[in-house]
Design a protein around this ligand. Structure first.
Ligand code: B12
Ligand code: SF4
Length: 500
């Protein structure tokens, strides 16, 4: 079957820092190709809508699958699906991905019949079966695991048997040189583990995968890395190197194969402290950037987010990361309840530490516990504002003042990293990238002040809303039913992780 997979465009506020290959969609595309389908992929992060419409008119795909990992992309995908239905009335149009998996009925409703189904959960095993069913007349579609149609839903989605059987269709991506993160330009992505065994209250990584945590074998990881042509690699794992042996075994494979790349990864403070040797070894292999999700700089905040780590551990981890000589970025979640004083404290702290400090806004997402406890308070039902750069919960300060403080803090942090010495280094990097024909990093330096602008953030709230989110009833923290949150249900005897 002629099948086109489509990734929606970048979220505006994240575009300046990074643009990465849609690894999940590439994995689904490859599994369909292996099943004998004629597959293409179009990434609207690096192509325009006109390219998409021109492409479908020319190629006339029989099936079109949209990736919906991000809630903020829902209106865009709904519109694309409706327009596609008009152009190709008999094609099979479907969507899958992280966000769509938590609210399949809502997504279907918005499209008013333009989407034939939503596929919940991991897409690699089930999507070829969906296409097979479509090719043979669509009978029994809603009996497939994870499939939801307007007529009903199949059984719960099932996890793939082994991550080792999966490979991304990197060769189907055009304009690969447009993928980058900071000066890792161009940059490919790789997945070494899937899922997260922790259970932070604001996160849906654990509810999506039923708190499972699976590993790619070291041999397969080495094979994948060896296949990557780009000099830089973004490791997409939620928490890198939870198990030291796994990190060490992959390092050994990399050494054996003499792979030389620069890496970006994300991990937790407690994992960093527990597995110091692994991170030291990876530093020698090319680890360049490390992102540590601190989320708060007070104990109460950490408890509130259920981070299961302590302030002292977080600061000890930062000390250790500094000693490695890597660039360390940390995230702090700003709360809509913050006042000027609170922003000032964050600015003072951020200026005092050498790390790159990133500030996001506390945003409840479907599939998280905070969604159940905070949903009733939401000030907007506009999906596009759910990008962790807008305040969707009531702010203590007037909204315009909140954005002023937020952007002011972000500007201070940006200036800190682009101070004279940093600017000189940035200039060197930009020139060296330019010589290799890479302009993504340079554009990023250029765009910051035009993107982050409090008036613009405020005016985003007054755009007409065509597709409104459905709110849930809302419960108190003690009434949260965690079982109802899962996409993939947890295995019965799965042990949880509790550090500290
Ligand atoms: C890596 C990552 C990123 C990367 C790369 C994203 C990219 N280009 O794909 C970067 C750093 C850019 C990023 C940025 C952001 N991210 Co992010 N990200 C992740 C992370 C950690 C892993 C995603 C991944 O690659 N997984 C591995 C692949 C294999 O899985 P996958 O993409 O989910 O695909 C599988 C299924 O979803 C499904 N599937 C996917 N597409 C399709 C399509 C079809 C048709 C089908 C059938 C199936 C299907 O099948 C795939 C294979 O099993 C997830 C957390 C998570 N564990 O999912 C958060 C996550 C998706 N991000 C999140 C957020 C909030 C963001 C940001 C808005 C803010 C931020 N964190 O900075 C930005 C905005 C990004 C943007 N659109 O511009 C949230 C999403 C919340 C939401 N509901 O919208 C998540 C869930 C993290 C969280 N803590 O809750 N992110
Ligand atoms: S440790 Fe990270 S990925 Fe895991 S639940 Fe917490 S925030 Fe999500």
């Amino acid at each position: 079957m002629k099948t086109l997979f489509v990734h929606p465009s970048c979220l505006f506020y994240s575009e300046i820092y990074l643009r990465l290959e849609p690894l999940g969609l590439e994995l689904v595309a490859q599994s369909c190709r292996e099943a004998g389908h004629d597959v293409r992929v179009l990434d609207l992060q690096v192509f325009q809508r006109e390219d998409y419409f021109k492409g479908i008119k020319e190629w006339q795909p029989q099936a079109i699958g949209f990736s919906l990992n991000y809630l903020a992309n829902i209106p865009e995908v709904v519109e694309l699906a409706k327009e596609t239905r008009r152009i190709l009335p008999s094609s099979f149009i479907f969507a899958g991905g992280h966000s769509a998996s938590f609210i399949p009925d809502e997504v279907l409703e918005h499209t008013e019949g333009a989407l034939d189904c939503v596929v919940r959960g991991e897409g690699e095993a089930i999507t070829p079966r969906v296409l097979e069913c479509v090719a043979s007349g669509r009978a029994g579609l809603e009996a497939l695991p994870g499939v939801v149609t307007a007529r009903g839903a199949g059984p719960d989605p099932v996890l793939v048997e082994s991550l080792d059987r999966l490979s991304p269709a990197r060769d189907l991506m055009r304009r690969r040189r447009r993928y980058f993160i900071a000066d890792l330009d161009p940059c490919a992505s790789v997945e070494l583990t899937r899922g997260c065994p922790w259970d932070c209250s604001f996160c849906s990584a654990w509810t999506f995968y039923g708190r499972s945590y699976r590993q790619v074998s070291p041999e397969k990881a080495g094979e994948e890395l060896a296949r990557i042509r780009e000099p830089n690699v973004f490791i997409v794992d939620d928490v890198a190197f939870v198990h030291a042996e796994h990190g060490m075994a992959i390092a050994q494979e990399i050494e054996k194969r003499r792979i030389r790349k620069r890496y970006y990864l994300e991990t937790r403070a407690d994992v960093l402290l527990r597995n110091k040797e692994v991170f030291r070894r990876w530093r020698k292999l090319g680890l360049e950037y490390m992102f540590v999700g601190l989320e708060a700089i007070d104990e109460e905040g950490l408890r509130h987010f259920r981070k299961r780590t302590s302030l002292s551990k977080n600061f000890e981890a930062l000390e250790f990361a500094r000693s490695l000589g890597v660039f360390v970025a940390v995230n702090i979640i700003s709360d809509p309840s913050w006042d000027e004083r609170r922003f000032e404290v964050i600015r003072e702290w951020a200026l005092a530490v050498p790390e790159i400090v990133h500030l996001t806004v506390n945003t409840p997402y479907p599939g998280t516990e905070t969604w159940l406890t905070e949903s009733r308070k939401l000030q907007t039902r506009d999906y596009r504002l759910f990008d962790v750069q807008h305040a969707v919960l009531p702010t203590k300060m007037p909204l315009d003042k909140f954005y002023e403080e937020l952007v002011r803090t972000q500007q201070v942090l940006n200036r800190k990293h682009l101070g004279f010495a940093a600017l000189r280094d940035a200039f060197k990097i930009a020139v060296s990238n330019l010589f290799r024909g890479q302009t993504n990093f340079l554009r990023m330096l250029w765009k910051f002040n035009t993107v982050y602008n409090p008036r613009r953030q405020l005016s985003d709230h007054s755009r007409p809303v065509e597709y409104s989110m459905k709110l849930c009833e809302g419960v108190s923290p003690s009434e949260v039913n965690r079982d109802a949150l899962y996409v993939h249900r947890p295995a019965p005897a799965r042990s949880s992780v509790s550090s500290n």
